[in-house]
Design a protein around this ligand. Structure first.
Ligand code: ADP
Ligand code: MG
Length: 265
């Protein structure tokens, strides 16, 4: 935090800029007869809160999260194998991000993996961490370009600024992408230093096609699972369930009284 010397009071830049909070504070201070120290504290606190807000805003822009996917809109009842409390603990971040541990979400399409991954990313950003959400194939493509331009190491280093890298749909990496091993190099570089959250339809069985050879697949899986929490979201597609429920509609009203419908009236 900035320290204020006694003989030079340096007001933070936003206190006298075009959106200056000064008039508001000054007016209130005048009206209520604030001592100078209280006035300056109010400005400093406002400035710090503004800086935090702007930082989080920047981190949100760089994260490329899925729009509208939050923990509030995630129905935990639909995935009984995951509790809200577990996920809330994960969103604090410090217990796992500081040691570069990983999170793996497996399950069939439509089960909420991408939604949950993005929502965890959002909560982590709100808690001060830096996150990047990307489809795995997009990132692999970028890293391949970097490798061709002899800049793979630098590109992987640049990703270090993200405490968490969310790789969505690992299994969708294509055969020609797999042959370059850039994904393996990324996983090795982040091992025990920086965290990854990976979503995939298949747990490990299908990963042979994501890496160039079986030895590399084994080495990659080994590094990923060494410090990892694994969630198997083996649930029916949320979209399909919703569609079925819509089709069923509210249903025929009960034709006779039951304890349940009496209580509901
Ligand atoms: P996956 O990545 O596992 O294929 P998605 O996260 O893309 O699944 O989910 C498909 C759709 O269903 C998305 O619109 C998502 O927001 C919604 N959805 C899935 N699971 C849930 C849930 N438990 N609560 C609320 N919405 C969900
Ligand atoms: Mg998905």
């Amino acid at each position: 935090m900035a320290s204020f010397s006694t003989n030079c009071v340096c007001l933070p830049s936003s206190s006298y800029g075009p959106n200056s909070p000064n008039p508001k504070f000054a007016e209130q201070a005048d009206k209520e007869g604030w001592p100078a120290a209280r006035f300056l504290t109010a400005i400093a606190e406002h400035e710090l809160a503004e800086r935090d807000r702007r930082r989080i805003e920047r981190h949100l822009v760089e994260a490329h999260l899925l729009p509208g996917k939050t923990l509030d809109t995630f129905e935990f009842e639909a995935v009984p194998m995951i509790s809200r409390a577990q996920i809330m603990a994960i969103t604090a971040g410090d217990a796992w991000l500081e040691k570069g541990a990983n999170l793996l979400l497996f399950g069939p399409p439509g089960g909420g993996k991408s939604h949950l991954a993005s929502a965890i990313g959002l909560a982590l950003i709100e808690n001060g961490w830096r996150v990047l959400f990307t489809r795995t194939t997009d990132l692999v493509q970028k890293l391949q370009v970097a490798r061709r331009e002899l800049g793979l190491e630098a590109a992987i280093d640049r990703l270090d600024r993200f405490h968490l890298l969310i790789l969505d749909d690992l299994a969708y990496v294509t055969k020609d992408q797999a042959e370059t091993s850039v994904l393996f190099e990324l996983i090795s570089a982040r091992y025990e230093r920086r965290s990854m959250l990976i979503t995939a339809n298949q747990p490990f069985g299908e990963w042979g096609k994501v890496f160039p050879d079986p030895a590399m697949t084994l080495a990659a899986v080994d590094r990923l699972v060494h410090h990892a929490s694994i969630f198997e979201m083996n649930v029916e597609s949320y979209r399909r369930r919703e569609a079925i429920e819509r089709k069923r509609g509210p249903g025929r009203p009960a034709s006779y009284a039951t304890p349940a419908n009496i209580a509901a009236d």
